[in-house]
Design a protein around this ligand. Structure first.
Ligand code: ATP
Length: 202
């Protein structure tokens, strides 16, 4: 089995996430893409962060109807900070014969060596990255080279990205602008009905 492991804050999940998950599934020939919302993101400031259960639910709504997508509460259930290395070790114990492809955008890819236990990550997963901006191709290639020198398997996929971020969606909601088409309809409805990211908050 080939698993795509797609971790993120997903605050909220958006069409840019779905787009790369679908594309990676094809290019990396994945049997399953496991979406794993993080409980406490170790790499990011946690401002305006919806509750873990809400981000998990939005991922479930976004993945509804796409059989190869599964949403996991593994990191949300685990005590303490969410570290990818711990997650991969847990998954490796659960599925010792599986191949894990860690899916990520360029921002995460470029900081990978600053994550907790990067050597464990590189040992347990193939690294699959996509650009998220124009003009940083050389930096991405350089990073791929550095990681390969450390023994990693790295795939830099030339998947055209959608210029979307959770930050811009939270801003749009706060300012009362439409997010239609930027998140799946069920997620849009969830955000609206729970009052997430609105002024005065969660
Ligand atoms: P925020 O704006 O809050 O920082 P985000 O949009 O970066 O959030 P995350 O949940 O942090 O979303 O991202 C999860 C993963 O998806 C990361 O590896 C990130 O690089 C990747 N990603 C997010 N949006 C895109 C996009 N539009 N194109 C390519 N990769 C993306």
């Amino acid at each position: 089995m080939r698993y795509g492991i797609f971790g993120g804050t997903f605050n909220p999940v958006h069409e840019g996430h779905l787009h790369i998950a679908r594309a990676f599934r094809k290019t990396m020939q994945l049997d399953t893409v496991l979406w794993i919302p993080t409980k406490v993101p170790p790499h990011k400031a946690a401002e305006d962060l919806a509750m873990p259960e809400q981000r998990l639910e939005m991922c479930r709504l976004a993945c509804r109807g796409e059989e190869v997508f599964q949403v996991s509460d593994l990191e949300i259930r685990r005590e303490g900070k969410s570290y990818t290395a711990d997650t991969l070790e847990e998954l490796h114990e659960m599925y010792p014969k599986a191949t894990f492809c860690l899916l990520m955008g360029e921002d995460m890819f470029l900081t990978l060596l600053n994550w907790y236990k990067p050597d464990t990550i590189l040992r347990l997963a193939e690294i699959c990255a996509v650009p998220r901006s124009v003009g940083h191709e050389a930096r991405l290639e350089e990073q791929a080279h550095v990681l390969r020198e450390k023994g990693a398997t790295v795939f830099l996929e030339q998947i055209p990205y959608l210029p979307l971020s959770s930050t811009e969606i939270r801003e749009a909601v706060r300012e009362g602008r439409s997010i239609r088409g930027k998140v799946p309809p069920l997620v849009e409805e969830y955000i609206r009905s729970r009052g997430l990211y609105a002024k005065g908050g969660n």
